[in-house]
Design a protein around this ligand. Structure first.
Ligand code: ZN
Length: 173
């Protein structure tokens, strides 16, 4: 399958007039900030979005994206790969005063001096924000078991461990 890179920036107003849709990838090599927020790995991001004008004449950029990052489980401290999915709905602002009139369902994005928005960066931001504050394996995948469901097992494993005092006893001999 051919990999299509999406443009890093788009002119959303022009794209909305043409009702453009985009489907492709943002390459991992571009995602240095997401990589920095991960435990050392992030995949290419698959993204689809369309530019349009809603019934009130508001220009919109709607889409969704998915990708994989490595995170460190805060229960067992091992890394695991997490599939992240985000949805977004932006509306470009040509001047800041437009923000007040914008319906809540759209996230305002200011266009630059060329009328462009940095769509790839915006999507990367969505991923960074979607990383859980306290990442953890699902219970069945985690090497540390939930205490309340497996009390008996934890007690068994404690008994299997060498008693630290036994080591001290040996040293005294
Ligand atoms: Zn874990």
């Amino acid at each position: 399958m051919q990999i299509v890179k999406i443009p890093l920036t788009i002119d959303p107003i022009k794209a909305a007039k043409m009702r453009s849709t985009y489907s492709g990838v943002i390459e991992a090599s571009f995602l240095s900030r997401l990589l920095g927020a991960s435990a050392g790995f992030c995949s290419d991001i698959q993204v689809q979005f369309s530019c349009d004008t809603d019934e009130h004449g508001t220009v919109t950029v709607n889409g969704h994206a998915q990708g994989e990052v490595s995170l460190t489980c805060q229960r067992c401290m091992k890394d695991f790969n997490e599939n992240l999915q985000v949805k977004f709905s932006y509306s470009p602002l040509t001047k800041p005063s437009e923000e007040e009139e914008l319906p809540d369902k759209y996230d305002p994005v200011e266009v630059d001096e060329h009328g462009h928005i940095e769509i790839a960066k915006l999507v990367e931001d969505e991923f960074i924000v979607s990383i859980p504050f306290f990442p953890m394996h699902s219970v069945e995948d985690c090497s540390v078991k939930e205490q309340d469901t497996t009390v008996g097992k934890i007690d068994d494993s404690v008994e299997e461990r060498p008693n630290p005092f036994a080591v001290l006893q040996n040293l005294k001999k």
